[in-house]
Design a protein around this ligand. Structure first.
Ligand SMILES: [Zn+2]
Length: 305
């Protein structure tokens, strides 16, 4: 059995998967905010309950809203103060008597999709989350690539490029990102960025859903906006693919429900990618919000094939 945890700011969720990767049980517990021992206790109790329930010792993976430190295993996360700077994986490995793996929640999202039955045939997968922010995860042969600092595919924090400035206009305000830098791509490409761009150009504060609804009605501003946004996203993705060259791109997050992306992006990508490239398959996430626990559960696996 595979146990996958999603550690969020408000709740810790455990989902148990059988050998065929079907989810067979799920349980949630509020996240202890400030006490690390209490936090460890929640993990231990949930694992014990699952072990007893299924009469087994499942493997354990944890997805966190942050970055595990590659060199010493401590956790960098701002959403869960009780875990900040703590060696969560090492402590739980000792307490639960089995290896515990931790990964960034965007990596878990990408891993969950890489193990989707329809996507298993792809050896290289880029998970792209267009949500409140922009996140990413790179999966090669069924494993997340984490890199020297654990920041591989933290693509929301790529800098905006000359192409993007050309599309947006050189005088576009340079927005402050949550990471502290100015001009990160996610400030224009996230769901929030999508709404900000519409407001910037048309002085109208609307939700992404409302903008998409206007687009589908043929509204001129919304049409121009979607044209601009998809060009921006295509140029951004073209650069990312020049680095990673994956066979599959899976999009998650709120904007992944904007179905026109899956026809507009392949139309525009050739303008921004090396001319000999064949385009990757671009697909909507199959597991969406449940991807965190699912991907975490599969952190111990090797190859999806
Ligand atoms: Zn940033």
């Amino acid at each position: 059995m595979y146990y996958g945890f999603d550690m969020g700011g408000t709740k810790i969720e455990l989902a148990v998967f059988d050998e065929e990767m079907n989810q067979v049980w799920i349980k949630r517990h509020p996240t202890p905010k400030n006490n690390y021992d209490d936090l460890l206790c929640v993990f231990v109790e949930l694992v014990k309950e699952a072990d007893e329930r299924f009469n087994t010792q499942g493997s354990i993976g944890i997805g966190i809203p942050g970055i595990p430190n590659v060199s010493n295993g401590t956790v960098f996360t701002t959403n869960v103060p009780s875990a900040k700077g703590k060696p969560l994986a090492a402590d739980l490995t000792k307490m639960l008597n089995r290896p515990v793996k931790i990964s960034n929640d965007a990596n878990c999202f990408a891993l969950s999709e890489a193990y989707a039955p329809v996507f298993k045939k792809y050896r290289s997968v880029l998970g792209l989350i267009l949500g409140t922010g922009v996140g990413g995860g790179l999966i090669i042969d069924g494993k997340p690539v984490t890199g020297h600092n654990g920041i591989t595919a933290e693509i929301g924090h790529l800098r905006i490029t000359l192409d993007m400035l050309t599309i947006l206009g050189m005088d576009i305000p340079k927005r402050q990102c949550g990471c502290g830098h100015i001009g990160c791509a996610e400030t224009y490409l996230s769901g929030e960025g999508f709404e900000w761009l519409f407001n910037h150009f048309y002085h109208l504060s609307l939700s992404a859903q409302a903008i998409v609804a206007l687009y589908r009605q043929g509204d001129a501003h919304a049409t121009e906006h979607v044209e601009r946004y998809t060009s921006l996203l295509a140029s951004y993705l073209g650069n990312i693919l020049t680095l990673f060259d994956t066979e599959l791109v899976v999009i998650g997050g709120g904007l992944s429900n904007f179905d026109e992306l899956y026809t507009l992006l392949p139309q525009k990508l050739p303008l921004y990618i090396y001319s000999i490239a064949t385009l990757p398959q671009i697909e909507k996430a199959r597991y969406g919000d449940s991807g965190g626990v699912r991907g975490a559960a599969f952190l111990h696996l090797g190859s999806p094939a």
